[in-house]
Design a protein around this ligand. Structure first.
Ligand SMILES: Cc1cc2nc3c(=O)[nH]c(=O)nc-3n(C[C@H](O)[C@H](O)[C@H](O)COP(=O)(O)OP(=O)(O)OC[C@H]3O[C@@H](n4cnc5c(N)ncnc54)[C@H](O)[C@@H]3O)c2cc1C
Length: 183
C-alpha cells in the first residue's frame, strides 16, 4: 500500500501546511472485516493513481471532475509532494467517507476562512488501522496480573495526545503503587 500522511520537514520549508482528515467507520452485522475493507480502499486508489499517491483539487471534487496535471500548473496551491498523480480520488472512496470529509471541510471553513478554498489539494489514500481493544481495568492492567497496556498497542488510543496522556497516567499509577508498597 502507498499511503499519504501529513509530514512536515524540520528544515525544508514551504508555503503550504497540511493535515489529515480521517473518518472513523464502525461496521455492523454481517460485516466484520474492517482491515480488509481499508486495504481494498487503499488498493483501489493506488491502482487508480498508477501506484502513486493521487492528488485532486477540492473545487474539482465539488464540480464532479478529475484534476488534470495541467490544472495544477497555475493552481495557487502547488503540491509539495511532486510524485502525486493528478486524478479523481472520489472513485476510490465510499459515499459515506467522501460526504463526511466534504462536510467537515465546509464546517471548518466557517471558522477557518479559506479551508474550503477550491484550489486546496486533497491527497489520497490516507488510511489508519487501529489495534483491537484489550480489556483493561481502570489502572490499565490487563487480565494478566502485572501486565499493563497503554497507548495505541492495546487499542486504547489513536493519537499522540491521548497516547502521551496514557503514559503519564501509567507513570503516576506505578509511582503511587511503589509509594504505597514502601509505606
Ligand atoms: C504516519 C503516521 C502519522 C500520524 N499522524 C498523527 C498526527 O498527525 N496526530 C496524532 O495525534 N497522531 C498521529 N499518528 C498516531 C500517533 O503516531 C500514535 O497514536 C502514537 O505514536 C502512539 O503512541 P504509542 O506510544 O502508543 O506507540 P508508538 O509511538 O508506536 O511507540 C511504540 C514504540 O515501541 C517500540 N517497540 C515496538 N515493539 C517493541 C519491542 N518488541 N521492544 C521494544 N520496543 C518496541 C516501537 O519501536 C515504538 O518506538 C500518526 C501515526 C502514523 C503512523
Amino acid at each position: 500500500m502507498t499511503l499519504v500522511n501529513g509530514h512536515s520537514y524540520k528544515d525544508k520549508k514551504s508555503t503550504n501546511t497540511n493535515l489529515a482528515i480521517l473518518v472513523s467507520h464502525r461496521f455492523t452485522y454481517p460485516f466484520d472485516k474492517p482491515i480488509e475493507y481499508g486495504e481494498n480502499v487503499a488498493e483501489n486508489l493506488n491502482r487508480l493513481g498508477g501506484n502513486a499517491i493521487m492528488v485532486q483539487r477540492l473545487g474539482d471534487i465539488f464540480r464532479g471532475r478529475r484534476t488534470w496535471p495541467e490544472d495544477l500548473t497555475n493552481n495557487s496551491v502547488q503540491p509539495t509532494l511532486k510524485s502525486a498523480v493528478a486524478g479523481d480520488i472520489t472513485y476510490g472512496l465510499g459515499y459515506r467517507t467522501m460526504t463526511d470529509i466534504l462536510q467537515f471541510i465546509k464546517d471548518i471553513d466557517k471558522v477557518v476562512e479559506g479551508f474550503a478554498n477550491p484550489e486546496n489539494l486533497l491527497y489520497g489514500p490516507e488510511i489508519k488501522f487501529y489495534s483491537n481493544e484489550v480489556v483493561l481495568d481502570k489502572n490499565f492492567m490487563t487480565n494478566i496480573k502485572g501486565l499493563y497496556s497503554i497507548g495505541d498497542g492495546g487499542g486504547l488510543t489513536t493519537g499522540l495526545m491521548m497516547a502521551s496522556c496514557s503514559g503519564v497516567k501509567m507513570a503516576r499509577i506505578l509511582s503511587d503503587n511503589i509509594k504505597s508498597e514502601d509505606n
